[in-house]
Design a protein around this ligand. Structure first.
Ligand SMILES: C[S@@+](CC[C@H](N)C(=O)[O-])C[C@H]1O[C@@H](n2cnc3c(N)ncnc32)[C@H](O)[C@@H]1O
Length: 323
C-alpha cells in the first residue's frame, strides 16, 4: 500500500475507535506501580495500554502484544508519547507469553481484553460483522491460513453442527449446518450476506425476528474457530501465571461464557489445587495454591457504561494474584 493510502486507512480506523471497557476496574485490580513491568496481551487500539502507561514511570516497562498487524500503528502512536520503555510483539499471545517464559522473563502485571476491537468489527472487508456484506474472512492475523469461508465450504455437516452448537451456543445448529451443506453444493460460500441468508432461512419465524441479528451466534462460532481463540486462551493462562513475580496480578476481560469459564476454572485450579478426596481430614497430595483470586465474583460494567458503550454489555473481569 502506498504511504498516503496507508495513512488514510489509519485515519479511517481512528474514526471507528475502540472504547476500552471496564477501564477503572481494570486499573484498580492491576494497581500498577511506576516501576512495574506490564504485559498488555491484547493491545487493540491501545485504550487500556494508554491508561496503564500513564501510571508507569521511566523505570517501568510496557510489553504489548496483538495478533492484528493494525494494532502496531496504534502502538507506534502511543509510544511516541511515552517516557516508559515499550515494545510491541505481533502474534498470538499464547506464543508471545511462551517466548517470554522461555527467555526467563518475569513481570508484575499481565492483562487480556479478549475478543475483537471495534476497528476489527467495523472494518467491513474483514468479514467479522453480520451487518456488512463482505468476504467471509474473520482472521485477526491475515498471515493465518484458515478463513471463515474455508470452514463453511470444507467442514462436514457434523463438524459444522458441533461448531455452531459448542462455540456459538446456537440452538438450531444442526438445521443451519444441514442448510449450509445444501447451499454450498450449488455454489461455495464467499460473502457474509450469503451466510446470513442461510441462517435466517434455517430458523423458525419467531427466532428470525428477535431484537438482535439471528446470525450472531454462528458468526461468533466461526470467528472463534478461525482464530482458535479458546485454545489460545487455554495455552496462554499457565504461561501468564508462570511469568508473574510473587504478588503479580493477572487480569482477564472476557465477553462470552466459553471464555469466562476457562478463566474461572483456571483461577480456581491455581487457588485450590488440592486433589485429595473431600472426606480426607488433611491434605496428602501436597499441592499448594499458586494464586489467590482477587475478584470473588466477576466485575461487570454498570448501566452507565453499557449505555455509553453497548459493546461492553457482556464483559466480565476476573483477576488473580500470584502467591
Ligand atoms: C477487545 S480488543 C482489545 C482492545 C484494547 N484493550 C483497547 O483498549 O484498545 C481485543 C484485541 O485482542 C486481539 N487478540 C484477540 N485474541 C488474541 C490472541 N490470541 N493473541 C493476540 N491478540 C489477540 C485482537 O486482535 C484485538 O485487537
Amino acid at each position: 500500500m502506498a504511504l498516503g493510502a496507508q495513512s488514510l486507512a489509519f485515519e479511517m480506523e481512528m474514526n471507528m475507535a475502540h472504547i476500552p471497557v471496564l477501564t477503572d476496574a481494570l486499573l484498580e485490580v492491576l494497581d500498577v506501580r511506576p516501576d512495574s513491568a506490564v504485559v498488555d496481551c491484547t493491545f487493540g487500539g491501545g485504550g487500556h495500554a494508554s491508561a496503564v502507561a500513564g501510571l508507569l514511570g521511566p523505570s517501568g516497562r510496557l510489553l504489548a502484544c496483538d495478533r492484528d498487524p493494525v494494532a502496531r500503528s496504534y502502538f507506534d502512536e502511543l509510544k511516541r508519547s511515552l517516557s516508559t520503555p515499550a515494545a510491541f510483539y505481533q502474534g498470538d499471545f499464547a506464543d508471545t507469553l511462551a517466548e517470554f517464559v522461555g527467555a526467563g522473563e518475569k513481570v508484575d502485571r499481565i492483562y487480556m481484553d479478549l475478543g475483537l476491537s471495534s476497528m476489527q468489527i467495523d472494518t467491513e472487508e474483514r468479514g467479522f460483522s453480520y451487518s456488512y456484506d463482505a468476504p467471509l474472512d474473520m482472521r485477526m492475523d491475515p498471515r493465518m491460513a484458515l478463513t471463515a469461508a474455508d470452514i463453511l465450504n470444507g467442514w462436514d455437516q457434523d463438524r459444522l453442527s458441533w461448531l455452531f452448537r459448542e462455540f456459538g451456543e446456537e440452538r438450531y445448529a444442526s438445521r443451519i449446518a444441514r442448510n449450509v451443506v445444501r447451499r454450498r453444493a450449488q455454489a461455495p460460500y464467499v460473502r457474509t450476506s450469503e451466510l446470513v441468508d442461510t441462517v435466517k432461512a434455517s430458523l423458525p419465524a419467531p427466532a428470525r425476528f428477535g431484537a438482535r441479528n439471528p446470525a450472531r451466534r454462528v458468526f461468533q462460532a466461526l470467528r472463534i474457530a478461525v482464530n482458535d481463540e479458546l485454545d489460545s486462551l487455554k495455552r496462554a493462562l499457565p504461561d501468564a501465571a508462570a511469568l508473574l513475580k510473587p504478588g503479580g496480578v493477572l487480569a482477564v476481560i472476557s465477553f462470552h461464557s466459553l471464555e469466562d469459564r476457562i478463566v474461572k476454572e483456571f483461577f480456581a485450579a491455581q487457588a485450590h489445587p488440592c486433589t485429595c478426596p473431600p472426606d480426607f481430614p488433611v491434605c496428602v497430595c501436597g499441592k499448594q495454591p499458586s494464586m489467590e483470586i482477587v475478584t470473588t465474583k466477576p466485575i461487570t460494567p454498570d448501566s452507565h457504561e453499557i449505555e455509553a458503550n453497548p459493546r461492553s454489555s457482556s464483559a466480565k473481569l476476573r483477576a488473580a494474584r500470584r502467591i
